[in-house]
Ligand binder design. Structure first.
Ligand code: FE2
Ligand code: FE2
Length: 162
């Protein structure tokens, strides 16, 4: 077994675990501030998915016999702080939804990058069950990013996701 790659895998799982826990805390504020009902619904759906993603990470830790601990994800912490600043700056503005979409997409792209690497490494190390779980989360993040892109131009069709 490649112990250095395993160490990196666990390190990034713990980073993602912290990130998802922070996102669950931050999403309700965005939902509350969103004006369009489509954007609100898209964010609500992703809040539910994020809770599932945390459970998947729990399962992955169990599968590889590693402790479920969080390592502070400075990137997500910073992205959330910036989002909060942006949202208060655009409170009451007609551009508030655009600001929410932009802040949200920055986070989705970060998550896509990390889950993408985690998937690659899980596959390389033969953690097949972990790969399946991480890949499900990766696909959800990509779909969430697309939903936000469509919300930005007012074309969300949530029915298509069910
Ligand atoms: Fe997530
Ligand atoms: Fe996400």
């Amino acid at each position: 077994m490649n112990t250095e790659l395993h160490k990196l895998f666990v390190d990034q799982l713990r980073d993602m675990y912290d990130a998802e826990l922070r996102i669950v805390e931050a999403l309700p504020k965005k939902i509350e501030k969103a004006q369009s009902s489509d954007l609100k619904a898209g964010l609500e759906q992703h809040l539910g998915e994020t809770k599932t993603q945390i459970k998947r990470l729990d399962e992955v830790f169990e599968l590889i016999n590693e402790k479920q601990t969080r390592n502070t994800c400075q990137a997500t912490k910073g992205l959330i702080k910036e989002a909060e600043e942006l949202l208060s700056e655009f409170e009451g503005s007609s551009a508030i939804d655009a600001a929410i979409v932009c802040a949200g997409q920055k986070i989705e792209h970060y998550e896509i990058a990390t889950y993408g690497c985690l998937c690659t490494w899980a596959k390389q190390m033969g953690h097949d069950k972990a790969y399946v779980l991480l890949h499900e989360s990766l696909e959800e993040e990509k779909a969430a990013d697309e939903t936000l892109s469509r919300a930005a131009i007012g074309e969300v069709n949530l029915a298509a996701h069910h």
